[in-house]
Design a protein around this ligand. Sequence first.
Ligand code: CDT
Length: 605
Amino acid sequence: MPSNAIRLAAAQMGTTHRSDPRSKTLDRMLKLLDDAANQGAEVVLFPEIALTTFFPRYLIDDAEELTSWFEHGDVTKSENTAPLFDKARELGVDISLGFAEAAENGERFNSSIYYHAKSGSILSKYRKIHLPGDFEPFEDPDAVNQLEKRYFKPGDLGFQAFRVPDLASSSEPIMGMMICNDRRWTEAWRCYGLQGVEVVLCGYNTPGFAPHLFGSDKDADPKQAEQTALCHHKLVMQHGSYTNATFSVCAARCGVDDGKYSLIGGSCIVGPEGDILAEAKTVEDEIIIADCDLSACRQGKTRTFDFARHRRVEHYRRIVEQTGIIEPPRLRDTASPTPSINGTRHLPPQPTSTPPPKTIRILLCNPNATPSMTASCLTMANPTLPPDVSLHAFTAPPPAPTAIESATDNVLSAAASFRALLPLQNRENYSAILVACYSDHALIRMLREELECPVIGIMEASLFVARTLSARFGIVATSQRSAIGHVDAVRHYGMQPFCAGIESCGLGVLDLERKPREEVLGAMQDAAVRLVGKGAEVLTLGCAGMTDMKGAVERAVGGDVRVVDGVVAGVQHLVGVVRMGGRTAKGGLYASSAVGRRARGQGYI
Ligand code: CDT
């Protein structure tokens, strides 16, 4: 097996009647676990509500009976369940299973756990979030009910991915659990995808023929309906795995319960390209198994589904703010269509829902006179903006220098920027200003003196984030001279004890744009590798002109060393401060200097 592979198994369970004693079901589970262990499985997944029949299909009014379907207290210790966990420990095989949970506070959930055999502990618990079906049974006595809304509360633990230690691979795979109906919701998969999940575990009980639930024709052919149910099941498992670049394992409770309730089989193990690696052949108790090389997840996660590069969250707001459908208004209820032109009917502009007002307006101020640098800062920050935030650009006018590489450049650029910025801010009243020069730039303090809105530079903002994320950071500087300047600035910001090093890549600011890309990236990557060698856990890029090279530097250092982009850090920081109602304190160093100038008879700047 490849070094990063684990052997995963699904323990499909066939018919379990309402009257089956729990001991019988438990014995079947013990046998399945033994079978899987004999085949070398390291993790075995059992179905949803594995310990009993799928009782939510029945209307159970008797409180005592209802209580008996639930597990109370520690599920690994009760008489009905302990032997399963004892065997898992004895075999050294992790198990995950679903069960009806009666929590200590009296709440009831449809839950699953991941049990870690080597430590004898529950590593993670999940409570089913998407509860299908109804609270009340259908009036039709022949209908198959799904009364999950009656018996369970929606899960309150969210979609929390977790690491699993001690599997054959050393990589501590990232796993996530979902239960049955959850697998049909893209949102559930994405919540795990966004945590880098590598294995999704999902037990299920899916009726083969339930026209009241699935909305198909009551007179439909049950065999055909079952095929459709199987098709939907595989479709969502394959789609979810592919679009989140993860393996998934699903285990069915299937067969025909009580002689009339059919449940589909189709337990399978799916790879991160959406391919089915193993699949049950029966609707009975059956083990399926596959060796899953977790490295295979890298391809999707770093290319087609590299979320950090490609997701456009600014357009996803509807997904978290709206549950039901809101259709666009009918055309006849709005403006009449414009006449056809050359046979093509031109529809009037669609009155879509009004975009949210941009209540937070951040000014991104590039204090040098090179507009392309301003543009690349905007490109970096724009995709990260919340819907109510807009980013506006300012590039210093001449005689500002085109790059800031010395104290003189710094002062000249600060003066030119300041003179242009004050009237601009008087007119526009931006909520906050970000100075996009990686230094302790004079303009920052000048603006803090003259304005009340929050002001920060990209260096200070990136150091805050680097300090939040690590104990030691490193800075990739442009020239040797700028590296020396950064040493002073880091000291000024009080961050010296946390700085692992500052490494120059031997380039001037404008070299970043003018020299061949490979040469620039090579020099930055070398500097980054040296910093990691010195103990840097997080890197920041010491020039606004480096902002679009973040990805390349991250790839060079690998592992989990992240590069903090100062522009993004600064924008996010300012948005937070504005939301908190933050204003620059005027009682001390940042009191307005204009008052003093005016007192001296100077009305100009
Ligand atoms: N157990 C479970 O969640 N079953 C549902 C049945 C669908 S009810 C409309 C499922 O999604 O498979």
